[in-house]
Design a protein around this ligand. Sequence first.
Ligand SMILES: Nc1ncnc2c1ncn2[C@@H]1O[C@H](COP(=O)(O)OP(=O)(O)O)[C@@H](O)[C@H]1O
Ligand SMILES: [Mg+2]
Length: 291
Amino acid sequence: MAGAEHVFPEIADMLSEDDSRRIRSIQEERWVSYPRAVTILRKLERLLEYPQRSRMPCLLIVGRSGMGKTMLLERFGRQNNPAWEQENDREHTPVLSVVIRPQPTVRRFYGQILFALKAPTTSTAASGIIEDRVYHLLRALGTRMLIVDEVHNVFTATRSSDRDAMMALLRTLTGELKISLVCAGTSEAENALLGDEQLASRYEPLTLQAWQPSTEFQGLVGSALRSMPLRQPSELNPLAIRHLVDISQGVTARIFRVLADLAEEAILSGAERINSGAVLDLPLAPRAAAA
Ligand SMILES: Nc1ncnc2c1ncn2[C@@H]1O[C@H](COP(=O)(O)OP(=O)(O)O)[C@@H](O)[C@H]1O
Ligand SMILES: [Mg+2]
C-alpha cells in the first residue's frame, strides 16, 4: 500500500481496515523491540547454548513492575521452545517457565513445575516423591533452562523457614540438574538473591531501568508508533517525549498504555496521527498511582 512508510511493513495492510478493526489491533499486545531487550534476548540465547557443566550460570532480570520483564521472557520462550504454546509435547521442553505466587512453599513450587509440564499432580504424595518426579521429568524432557518469574515472591514468604527452603531449592536446582535459572523480579529480589553469597556468584543481574528522555527512549516511542495502524505519520517533539517520561514515570507499561489511548482517540477523531500537543495535554499522574 502506498503512503505506508510510517508504519512497519506488517502493519501496512491494516491501514485500509475500518476503525473498529484498527482500534482492536491497537489494543492487542504486540512486541516492540528496543536495544536493551535485544541485548537481554541475546544473552538468554547464549545461555541456552551454554555447555552443561556443574556450575551453570544464571541470570536475574531486574525491574519495577510493568517494565516488561514477563513480556521479554515470553518472547524468548516462544522463540526457543517448540512446545511453548502447544499441548502435550512431552518429548522436548528446553525452556520451562513458572511464575512464583505470593507466599510460595517448595511443595507449591514443585506443583507448579509439574503443572507447567502438564504432568499429573497429586496433592497427597509425599514431598520426596514429588521432588523425584520433578527431577526425573526435567531430565527426561531435556530442560536446559528454567525461567522463574516474580521471584521476589520468594522473599516475601511470611515464614522464614519457607523462604530458606526456597533459597536452598534455587541453589540446588541448577547444581543437580545442570540447568540455568533465569529469574525475573523487582529490586527486592536482587537485594535478597545477591545478598546470598552462593547465589550472588552465580547470578548476573540485568536491569531494565525506568526510561529517561534519551535517544533509546525516542527509538522505543518511534517503534511503538510504527506498530500502530494510524494513517498519518505521528511525530513527537523533545518536549512531548520528556512529558511522556514524566507522566509514565518511565514505566514501559504506562508508556504503551498512554500511546495506545492516544492512537485510539486519533482514529475516533479522524486526526489519524498523534501530535505533541495531545501528549503535552495529558496531566501528570499523582506519584503514588499504580500502573
Ligand atoms: N517490548 C514490549 N512491547 C510492547 N509492549 C510492551 C513491551 N514491554 C512491555 N510492554 C507493555 O507493558 C506491559 C507490562 O509488561 P510486563 O512484561 O508484564 O512487565 P513486568 O513483567 O516487568 O511487570 C505489557 O503488558 C505491555 O503492554
Ligand atoms: Mg511480570
